[in-house]
Design a binder for this molecule. Sequence first.
Ligand SMILES: CCc1ncnc2c1ncn2[C@@H]1O[C@H](/C=C/CNC(=O)c2cc(-c3ccc(F)cc3)cc(O)c2O)[C@@H](O)[C@H]1O
Ligand SMILES: [Mg+2]
Length: 214
Amino acid sequence: TRSTRPQRLLRAVQQKAIKGDPQSVISAIDYFCRHSEWAMNVGDEKGSILDSVVCEVCPTTALELGTYCGYSTVRIARLLPPGTKLITLEFNPAFAAVARQVIEYAGLQNKVCLVEGASGDLIPKMCQMFGIKTFDFVFIDHWKDRYLPDIKLLEECQLLRKGSILLADNVICPGTPEYLEYVRNSPHYESKYFKSHLEYTKVEDGLEKSVFLG
Ligand SMILES: CCc1ncnc2c1ncn2[C@@H]1O[C@H](/C=C/CNC(=O)c2cc(-c3ccc(F)cc3)cc(O)c2O)[C@@H](O)[C@H]1O
Ligand SMILES: [Mg+2]
């Protein structure tokens, strides 16, 4: 049977990147998506905004919603100091299988914990599964209609603390109107929009950075 796009993306990593070198894995995926097949990775332009926010926050606990092929997982994990953990949630087993191999190829498997399942089921288990009290940083990039219910769930589970940073992809394209309206109007968040472009295109998109105020 025909290979899937994530499998072809993984093959491009295995053929073009250097094992144990996260930057070469990132470059191999960006090259593949620009010159062979577009894929919904955060990409290099929004990815450098992601990098700067991660470096500014220096999270000791980080969560990613929606692993897909592991591109942003590698971008985040490569910047984390030893001893910190990035937990990434992915409910599609085929995508999770590809992501595990991409993360391992980058040599970052010790900094990443990929959990298979739906975010709505897993978020309430973060404390019992990992002893996590609160997240310093959350990258949101899964189904766009799940952004709002999932941050409300993070609030309910008391997994956010004063100063926790949420960074959401695609707030313009495909768009997350309910989420944006909430974080921009809620007294519990201070929000800022980082204008950019949809990965590998000239279409406008951007990231929304929101600080939880408690
Ligand atoms: C149930 C909760 C839940 N729990 C756990 N994992 C979950 C989950 N819900 C989803 N997943 C996984 O996350 C990933 C989905 C990501 C969804 N992302 C976009 O749709 C998107 C689209 C465009 C775009 C497409 C076409 C265009 F024309 C323009 C833009 C650009 C982008 O950057 C985009 O992120 C997959 O791995 C899902 O298996
Ligand atoms: Mg995205």
